[in-house]
Design a protein around this ligand. Structure first.
Ligand code: NI
Length: 180
């Protein structure tokens, strides 16, 4: 497994619609494993292939149990060609961040509950029901596949905040908590 470079805002690949994956081969499996390792290393709770410069519809998600909401289940997901097929309700909190827009957070309205249709690494169709924070992360990552960044979805621009890195070079708590 390799830790991949995460590209940042300004790179046109983050603004390009990613291509559907037609079949799972060794290259896709390796990319998924490398993305997972890269996400954990960052550290972040989600990563989309365009963020490592690969224009394919593949995302990884790792949300620990009780992460933002008490009682919320954890999730470790690798999803191919994910799409939102149902979205209901709205949520505003917590603010969102992105590994490709380091140190910035902002308030993004998202659906509270989603149903996601996708394929797993065996290319079998799966449906994921998610709510709350996990639903937020999934919507954020799927946006990346369409060239959309969270800052595009910040309605109240006054909520955009810069969180400077800590003096000791470690990521700030907020960065760790929100990086997608
Ligand atoms: Ni992101």
């Amino acid at each position: 497994m390799a830790i991949l470079d995460i590209i940042t805002e300004g790179d046109p690949r983050l603004r390009t619609k990613a291509n559907k994956i037609r079949r799972v081969d060794e290259g896709i499996r390796r990319l998924a494993a490398d993305m997972y390792a890269t996400m954990l290393d960052a550290p972040g709770v989600g990563l989309a292939a365009p963020q490592v410069g690969v224009l394919l519809r593949l995302i990884t998600v790792e949300v620990p149990e009780d992460y933002v909401e008490e009682g919320a289940p954890g999730a470790s997901l690798t999803l191919i060609n994910p799409e939102v097929v149902k979205a209901t309700g709205t949520q505003l909190e917590p603010p969102e961040g992105c590994l490709s827009i380091p140190h910035w957070i902002g308030t993004v309205p998202r659906a509270q509950r989603v149903v996601i249709k996708a394929r797993d690494l065996d290319f079998k169709e799966v449906r994921i029901r998610a709510e709350g924070y996990l639903a937020r992360v999934l919507q954020h990552e799927i946006d990346h596949l369409d060239g959309i960044l969270f800052t595009d979805r910040v309605v109240d621009k006054s909520t955009l905040r810069y969180l400077p890195p800590r003096d000791d070079g470690e990521p700030s708590d907020a960065e760790v908590a929100l990086a997608e």
